[in-house]
Design a protein around this ligand. Structure first.
Ligand code: TNX
Length: 521
């Protein structure tokens, strides 16, 4: 009896292993964003115990990313420059620029191994991110043992848009270097390349400006109700930039002007000429901090020329420590008779320091230089200039809005039911002036890292795909299936993502075929 049971049990185990791997054989690895051209082959390449990474001189700096990926597997690697070896090869050649652009790559997996090529380091980095998604999700977290089989494939991939961004409001509620770095890592996995930091607002000033020390001594001390206070030192900011640059992400700093300025005004009240004491309802009067939610009540004294000295010092210092080409001047939600004049002057200050200005869409009310970039958010502004723009329309890209109707602690002024995953994925693309997409997370009601994760993820995967993949490959059903299979990867990265109810979250899914086990389990 006992023996029969044992035999039955072994047969069952054997059968389930067989069924499982047959199932996995048919499975296409889930890749997000969907590559522009991809053709899966029937066979698998088995990673050898020992292998070589061949690379040419231009690709050298990208080799550690591949080593890092293989470090959690059993495969041991040797390096060989300019060799023509089996195993892995990484090549950069400027000649591929016309086909692959600044960020594209080719990834071929055949019976000889894994070959990635591109015209730039960014392209190679992205080829490695695609490969990463073909590895078992467990590698995101720990050392794994056992054979790894990679499905053979031919990919030629290039992004639809050059701007694939996210914005984090660190002014209402402060998020420091630790969270920002994690966020950068996660963005990079999904090929997002712009991180906009909303650094100042009524509730807090979050970037050190050495010539205006009170901005952080006083202005950084507050936050929205339940929010966290704090600021980035210039060293923090520089370190974040190099961390981001290494992952093909450019940081865009925003100083929101001339409105949303209370934290700056409480530090330097001479820049203000409003009578805050008389406001009804009452907000805050210097030296008090402001912890409320209302917008549009504080602004620079636009009749006083000394505000431009302040703007020039702040922007000058920020421009000197900013490696990217853009500075965001805000410009949203404020009524002022001299608004247009302010925008024109602020833009010329930004340009004087060698940067290109970005502003929220209201800036198109001013006759600004055509080099300026607008960021669309409610689509209501009647502009007098036609600028290139970044698409952040609130009905698709405001991630402070609810994941599902009724979600707590969300702002739903733009769409009462919130912004669903499908709303993000199915947004209506604009005209040829659109540079790409950026999803914004305002943090009036987002005070912890877990809450920020819950609002960003998984909706940022939809943003990543609409920013990267060809329009004709956009298919919400197919995306949903691929997204479900990213669940285990997101969990292994410790992302507290929202478990969107309509997604079949396959948390056991490992990607590709994996006969091994997780060491330590
Ligand atoms: C609008 S959009 C704002 C922010 C708020 C957000 C809340 C924009 C440029 N300004 O100040 O935080 O709504 O959803």
């Amino acid at each position: 009896m006992k023996l029969r049971n044992t035999l039955l049990a072994s047969a069952f185990i054997f059968l389930s292993i067989f069924v499982l791997s047959a199932q996995q054989q048919n499975e296409k690895p889930s890749i997000i964003p969907q590559p522009a051209n991809i053709s899966w082959q029937g066979e698998y390449y088995t990673l050898p115990q020992e292998t070589t990474i061949c690379y040419n001189a231009s690709a050298e700096k990208m080799v550690p990313w591949l080593q890092k990926l293989l470090a959690n597997t059993d495969t041991e690697t040797q390096l060989s420059q300019d060799g023509n070896c089996e195993g892995f090869s990484l090549k950069i050649d400027n000649e591929w620029k016309s086909a692959l652009g600044e960020e594209g790559y080719r990834l071929n997996i055949d019976d000889k191994g894994v070959h990635i090529e591109s015209a730039t380091e960014s392209g190679l980095f992205y080829g490695i991110q695609t490969l990463r998604q073909m590895f078992p999700a467990a590698i995101e977290k720990q050392q794994i043992a056992g054979e790894i089989h990679l499905k053979m494939v031919k990919i030629e991939d290039i992004p639809r848009y050059g701007w694939r961004g996210s914005m984090l409001d660190v002014a209402r509620s402060f998020f420091g270097p630790e969270y920002i770095k994690k966020h950068i890592d996660r963005m990079a996995l999904y090929k997002m390349n712009r991180l906009h930091l909303h650094l100042t607002d009524d509730q807090g000033w979050r970037i050190e400006i050495k010539s205006k020390p009170k901005l952080t001594e006083l202005g950084s001390k507050g936050a929205v109700i339940n929010g966290r206070a704090g600021y980035l030192t210039q060293d923090d900011y520089k370190e974040l930039q190099s961390y981001a640059t290494a992952r093909n992400i450019i940081i865009i700093p925003e100083i929101d002007m001339p409105g949303h300025m209370y934290a700056g005004l409480m530090a330097y009240p001479e820049l203000n000429c409003e009578e805050f004491e008389n406001l009804s309802p009452k907000r805050a009067t210097p030296p008090e901090l402001y912890h409320g939610y209302e917008v549009g009540w504080s602004k620079f004294c636009t009749t006083d020329p000394k505000i431009y000295d302040f703007v020039s010092e702040v922007i000058g210092e920020l421009a000197r420590i900013t490696t990217g080409p853009w500075i965001h001047m805000g410009g949203d939600e404020i009524e002022d008779p001299r608004y247009e004049e302010f925008v024109v002057k602020a833009d010329s200050i930004v340009r004087k320091y060698g940067k290109t200005t970005i502003g929220w869409e209201e800036v198109t009310k001013a006759e600004v230089d055509t080099s300026m970039i607008s960021q669309r958010w409610n689509g209501k502004t009647e502009g007098v200039v036609t600028l290139k723009y970044i698409e952040s329309i609130c009905s698709s890209f405001y991630l402070d809005h609810a994941n599902v109707p009724g979600q707590e602690n969300t702002n739903n002024w733009c769409k009462a039911d919130g912004v669903s995953l499908e709303d993000v994925y199915m947004f209506n693309e604009g005209d040829e002036r659109m540079m790409g997409v950026e999803a914004a997370l305002w943090t009036e009601k987002v005070n912890t890292s877990a809450e920020a994760d819950n609002r960003f993820w998984p909706r940022l995967l939809a943003v990543a795909e609409v920013g990267w993949s060809p329009k004709n490959s956009r298919d919400f059903t197919d995306f949903s299936l691929r997204l479900g299979k990213q669940g285990s990867r997101l969990s292994n990265l410790n992302i507290h993502y929202f478990k969107t109810p309509e997604i079949d979250w396959d948390v056991d899914y490992q990607s590709g075929v994996f006969d091994g086990f997780e060491v330590g389990e």
